[in-house]
Write a protein that binds this ligand. Sequence first.
Ligand code: ATP
Ligand code: MG
Length: 198
Amino acid sequence: MERRLGVMGGTFDPIHHGHLLTAEEAAVQFGLDEVVFVPTGQPWMKEERDVSSPEHRYLMTVIATASNPRFSVSRLEVDREGPTYTVDTLRELKDQHGGNVDLFFVTGADAVLEIFQWKDPDEILELAHFIAATRPGYDLARFEAEEPTRHSNVSVMNIPALAISSTDIRERVREGRPIRYLVPEGVESYIEKAGLYR
Ligand code: ATP
Ligand code: MG
């Protein structure tokens, strides 16, 4: 049988319990053997703000996922020169497994609606099955009527809603408010030690 590999892409600036829960639920609900987290290199859609260095985001992702035997982290996008495109990442992950792999790209409902703005959307939807997790603030009825989600290679996944976002966490750190229980302890320590988001 083909290996069922989940791919959780994100900026992870920082990674939080919303990401971890989404990945775990995808693994359970879709019978995935592994979920690989892929922190972005230079995020070309988020150029309006300063994104922490890929190395910081990569390390926080490693710390957050270390205790889960089914989770791993890939440096594919972090090490790539120039802008990173999901289509290239999916191709490379497929190649790494000699083609013997079924890819499941896990995203929040907000991100899946952006697929058609990505590079080569048709090829992306052929390379991987898409799992779109419900996320607080997204109207599911409207969401399901959108074009990408009607595609046969996209499934909507219901998860317990966690209204956590990296944006809110960065704001909390800047304002000196707590982030405990929003991110894993090790990530909280890392943010403090590295002086991120101040
Ligand atoms: P930012 O606020 O900086 O955009 P974020 O919290 O949205 O950060 P990303 O790194 O942009 O985090 O998200 C990576 C992926 O995780 C996306 O597919 C996003 O939809 C999904 N995601 C993020 N937070 C949640 C959450 N609380 N529940 C479910 N999915 C989430
Ligand atoms: Mg986001």
